[in-house]
Design a protein around this ligand. Structure first.
Ligand code: CA2
Length: 145
């Protein structure tokens, strides 16, 4: 049995479905969790799905994933654009890392064009709403065992 794929979401994503549906979609984070579980199950894999508004929680979970996960999917949200500490944690992993965004940050404000997380990511999925997470889980499963 493989280790689970960790699926981590950063700040404000707990509000998904309640604000700015034209950018982030109308689904809630619980809908995203269910979709990821189903996609992982179809691939014979499992997930650990967590969200936090706190940078330190995300860093602790990335460190946990070093031993406990087969691959990591992360939507770092705003911290992707700001957090060298999160990048440093990600760089300690030797498992595949898939960066995931609901929107396409490259098509938005210029400050969203750079993410520190991309420097550690195996690949990036952006712009497909909830399906970005499903595709990211699929990519993570395909890159790990
Ligand atoms: O498109 C994404 O998934 C982002 O990671 C979302 C971040 C943003 O800072 C990134 O540039 C792109 C923002 C998440 C905010 O989440 C909200 C959810 C519901 C309502 C308002 C914000």
């Amino acid at each position: 049995m493989s280790k689970p794929i960790y699926v981590l979401s950063g700040p404000n994503l707990n509000l998904l479905g309640q604000r700015e549906p034209e950018i982030y979609g109308k689904e809630t984070l619980d809908d995203v969790r269910r979709a990821c579980e189903l996609r992982a199950q179809a691939l014979g894999r499992s997930i650990v799905f967590r969200q936090s508004n706190h940078e330190g929680d995300l860093i602790d979970w990335v460190q946990e994933a070093r031993e406990a996960a087969s691959a990591l999917v992360i939507n770092p949200a705003g911290y992707g654009h700001t957090s060298v500490a999160l990048l440093d944690a990600l760089k300690t992993l030797s498992i595949p890392i898939v960066e995931c965004h609901l929107s396409n940050p490259a098509a938005r404000e210029t400050f969203r064009r750079h993410t520190y997380v991309s420097l550690a990511a195996t690949g990036v999925v952006s712009g497909f709403g909830l399906a970005s997470y499903e595709l990211a889980v699929e990519a993570a499963a395909g890159k790990s065992r």
